[in-house]
Design a protein around this ligand. Structure first.
Ligand SMILES: [Zn+2]
Length: 237
């Protein structure tokens, strides 16, 4: 298979790039996974900048050639196992409990390791954006115990129905209901969606539920039983 050569989206090193699965293979993203694009996803993608990003989903599941081997294996070792464990739990709960009328869902996660979970998500945002777009997250991602998450970011998580489209995009600017400017990058991997806001480029704080930013600065060895109350994102929003 032809190797993609380029700058690693996390460390910036130039060389062969490895395929990064979003979500990880251990979270069910394999060649058996079928991923559909919908009109909703396309409208979200409208302003996204996918330049330089190689989108592949056919043979190996959904993902991109974006990370060097060293970054990919570091994340695979330290962040992916916890992310996939929680993702699979969320998936089971959403499939069994989510009803169309729900506005939010409270989900219990035993033995949650918030920092590992968060760092896998941030590495995914690096993967779907251009190399260097989140260069200020490099030290944060490459040292598992680092808690210095750049203050300009806000991370939001929501639940979305399992028939939603898995997709992703780069940074985009959108207008909120009151005309405020929002700079965000968005990742949809059912049953969750993740939105990262760049507050330096937003004209107002997003007033929405699902703010997860506080998990970004927790201690590496913090483990606790938590209940996450996540808003349900409507596919037609
Ligand atoms: Zn790298």
């Amino acid at each position: 298979m032809r190797k993609t050569i380029g700058h690693c989206h996390v460390c910036g090193k130039y060389g062969p790039l490895t395929f990064e699965h979003i979500p990880p293979q251990s979270a069910g993203n394999t060649n058996k996974t079928k991923i559909y694009r919908s009109e909703d996803a396309i409208s979200r993608l409208r302003q996204g900048n996918g330049e330089g990003i190689h989108y592949q989903q056919s043979q190996r599941g959904m993902g991109y050639d974006a990370l060097c081997n060293s970054c990919n294996s570091y994340f695979g070792r330290h962040y992916v196992p916890e992310f996939s464990r929680v993702f699979n739990q969320l998936n089971t709960i959403v499939i069994n409990e989510l009803k169309p009328e729900y506005q939010s869902l409270a989900i219990q996660i035993p033995s949650f390791r918030p920092l590992a979970f968060c760092k896998q998500i941030i590495s995914n945002f690096c993967t779907i954006n251009k190399a260097g777009a989140l260069s200020d997250c490099k030290d944060y991602l490459l040292n598992k115990e680092e808690r210095n998450f750049p203050e300009r970011y806000r991370l939001y998580m929501a639940i979305i129905g399992k028939d939603s489209t898995a997709t992703s995009m780069g940074w985009s600017l959108t207008l909120g209901n009151s005309g405020e400017i929002r700079a965000l990058t968005y990742l949809c991997m059912p049953p969750i969606t993740l939105t990262l806001y760049d507050m330096d480029r937003c004209s107002a704080m997003p007033v929405i539920a699902g703010d997860m930013t506080s998990i970004s600065t927790t201690a590496w060895d913090e483990i606790s039983d938590v209940t996450l109350t996540l808003p349900v994102e409507s596919a037609s929003k």
